[in-house]
Design a protein around this ligand. Sequence first.
Ligand code: GLU
Length: 479
Amino acid sequence: MNTQSNPPEPSFRESVDMMFNRAVALMDLAPGLEEKIRVCNATYTVRFGVRLRGDIHTFTGYRSVHSEHMEPVKGGLRFAPSVHQDEVEALAALMTYKCALVEAPFGGSKGGLRINPRDWEDHELELITRRFAYELIKRDLINPAQNVPAPDMGTGEREMAWIADQFKRMNTTDINGAACVTGKPTNAGGIAGRVEATGRGVQYALQEFFRHPEDIAMANLSGSLKGKRVIVQGLGNVGYHAAKFLSEEDGSLITGIIERDGALHDERGLNVEAVREWILKHGGVAGYPDANHHMDGGALLEEDCDILIPAALEGVINLSNADRIKAPLIIEAANGPITAGADDILRDNGCVIIPDMYANAGGVTVSYFEWVKNLSHIRFGRMQRRAEESRHQLVIDELERLSADKDLGWELSPNFKDRYLRGAGELELVRSGLDDTMRAAYQAMRQVWHARSDVQDLRTAAYLVSIRKVADSYRAKGL
Ligand code: GLU
């Protein structure tokens, strides 16, 4: 423990600023521009009352706009009792860098409502969400051209559908109204693959990392994702999908799952689907029959493993536990799970960190696709799919004709035929676009990581790439 000797933990916002400062110190930005990029442009606080259960209840919400170098600005809406201005601003700043890094053409924003969604019935939550949305819509803080929210902790498709509907009620003639929010259900203007997107992005990020032997060696690892022991903190939407895909498709072993009420540990690998079902049914991991249960979930963060995936709250790896973390590779599926001080300690200990602004950018990337889909008013693949299938059919027919004519005895395997013939639908296209985005962004980061002797880690590299893009875009505007 080094809590005594270290300075106090900075706030989330300060932590993000410290990481930003470390990166800009390596750049040649004009000081004015540096400051312009760092600061949050505006944070709107709203307090509104909703009559519920015979009483007026007052709620506090925020929408923070960090950077408008591109518009609309983009970022989720979080519903949690812990929401406060510092957090929303830190998250908005991360959105700016995240969007720049993955080339989603947005500025950064974030919102939050201080509420525990579990305290309210569904119909009450709908009233609260619609009222919050109303407050933001009337100030253009939700608008397809200016500010486009999305799901975050405590919100999902349902809330996004309410918000989209609220916008349409208030803007009946706006033909692009559906693009005012992303992460909607597919039957309300959403896109296939958005729910899984952030977890899928974590998987693609790891797959790309493991394509580079030099990078694998930096984490003192070898081989591929197959057989790697993974501990996941938080089996919410992001953690669940990441763990599911890594175990089902890449052969990784999910040896630990940490939840609010404790943790499960099994070196042979946990069944992610079964654990998820248990949590949904029982509200936590306690009592799950097929694994060791630890009451102190946090202790499992420090357990031996190959890859640690914090996929829950910010600040979970901090000055109090950083020096006991054994994982040689951490991928930040959550936003800000490692504080600036902990980041220094982990780096000194040789741990490789795949930073949040890259690792969890899958969500906003697919949000971008959804926004484009809404503005183009057509599902991806609708025009091409059957044309693609007909062309593939031509090849198959020709191969079969040749085989018959020349008596070659070739027989195409049914599996190959099925897979080759199938034209790409929306889900395949979304995954392809996401995979391409995650690969390209990783390559941009690693290029800086390896090319510059003054850049020791992927986080600094990520900041350098994204700040450069934001700066270029301000400069192009004449600022
Ligand atoms: N809330 C998610 C994030 O932190 C998604 C944002 C979005 O899709 O706009 O990246």
